[in-house]
Design a protein around this ligand. Structure first.
Ligand SMILES: C=C1C[C@]23C[C@H]1CC[C@H]2[C@@]12CCC[C@@](C)(C(=O)O1)[C@H]2[C@@H]3C(=O)O
Ligand SMILES: O=C(O)CCC(=O)C(=O)O
Ligand SMILES: [Fe+2]
Length: 341
């Protein structure tokens, strides 16, 4: 078991917060999944998040500016081949296309972090989300064997290769972003070391829905990471919350990746790079897929505000990644404020 999985073992969830609906068997949206409908109306699709070209000689400055003003940006020229993304998507589609009863063979265990199930944030909401996920931390072989006893190798190879490439990209992005904060090479290498990091890959599926305006794909949340690298398939649905504006749609563009600041970078940057609240609401009935890769320091790493100039005071106290996960599991969006000095 990876140290990151262990960090999630402390608060086992009830099975009804893990087992998704049998989406194939319903013709109408059950009451358990009906959310107040106002959310379907309020997004702004005229504004768009910044795009950063990783090959741009000014990438450091552009990334710093994007993190400061939006907390989220699209990255292009990121070096991840389109074929690689396509393969992961196709394996994810193969998994989510299995009959519900079959997918339940790989159900996340109550104290576990990996496998098939509802989003971890489910217990915080009285209505269920129109969502199913599959969480991978390193090798998915145990769960893949449960799904395909004789044919799991390809799934594992594709998921492991993607995590390796995503980790390299996450490290590159983190190094550039921390450079924009004026951190020294030495400080940067303490936060970002290729050898050890906590990472997770989340395959998200928002199944076909007879009435998309009444459901919530993924409820508003910030990620518990330094940063998250997201690939969305062709369908709209992701929205981010921008202060003074409201919900802003983030449309998928072919081959680009969405990067967002998570809570741990929020703390590390002393709130200069705020973590961004986001959600998934779709207007389409069709199934939507996304792939989210979460990058964090090792679980025993202590995160605290860095690179403060003499005029700045730290706004957050030091917290280990493990403790932050623990507090977030109990308090969700209040977690950050609990570490405020
Ligand atoms: C490494 C991570 C990050 C997790 C928990 C664990 C594995 C699954 C991730 C997600 C994916 C879906 C949204 C989220 C909010 C959720 O419910 O599960 C994420 C959560 C977090 O960012 O806190
Ligand atoms: O599906 C999406 O576009 C967003 C997924 C997400 O926010 C997550 O997995 O944390
Ligand atoms: Fe997220």
């Amino acid at each position: 078991m990876s140290p990151l999985s262990e960090a999630y073992r402390d608060h086992p969830l009830h099975l009804h917060h893990i087992i998704p609906l049998d989406f194939d068997s319903v013709q109408t949206v059950p009451d358990s999944h009906v959310w107040p409908t106002s959310h379907a109306l309020e997004s702004d699709d005229h504004l768009s998040i910044p795009t950063v070209d990783l090959m741009d000689p000014d990438a450091v400055k552009l990334l710093g500016h994007a993190c400061e003003t939006w907390g989220v940006f699209q990255v292009i020229n990121h070096g991840i081949p389109l074929d690689t993304i396509g393969e992961v998507e196709s394996e994810a589609r193969r998994l989510f296309s299995l009959p519900t009863g079959h997918k339940l063979k790989a159900l996340r265990s109550p104290g576990g972090a990996t496998g098939y199930g509802l989003a971890r944030i489910s217990p915080f909401f009285s209505k269920q989300m129109w969502h199913e996920g599959f969480t991978v931390m390193g090798s998915p072989v145990d769960h893949a064997r449960e799904l395909w006893p004789n044919d799991y190798q390809r799934f594992c190879d594709v998921m492991e290769d993607y995590q390796k490439k995503m980790k390299e990209l996450a490290i590159t992005l983190m190094q550039l972003i921390l450079k924009s904060l004026d951190l020294s090479e030495e400080e940067i290498s303490k936060v970002v070391s290729p050898g050890d990091a906590s990472t997770a890959l989340q395959l998200n599926s928002y199944p076909f829905c007879p009435d998309p305006s009444r459901v919530m794909g993924l409820a508003p949340h910030t990620d518990t990471s330094l940063l998250t690298i997201l690939h969305q398939s062709t369908l709209n649905g992701l929205e981010i919350f921008k202060d003074g504006v409201g919900w802003v749609l983030v449309s998928p563009t072919n081959g680009s990746l969405v990067v967002n600041v998570g809570d741990l970078l929020h703390i590390l940057s002393n709130a200069q790079f705020p973590s961004v609240l986001h959600r998934v609401v779709s207007k389409e009935k069709e199934q939507r897929l996304s792939l989210a890769f979460f990058y964090s320091p090792p679980t025993d790493f202590h995160v605290s505000p860095l690179a403060l100039n003499p005029a700045q005071v730290p706004l957050y106290r030091s917290v280990s990644v493990r403790e932050y996960i623990h507090i977030k599991g109990k308090n969700l969006e209040k977690a950050l404020s609990l570490f405020r000095i």
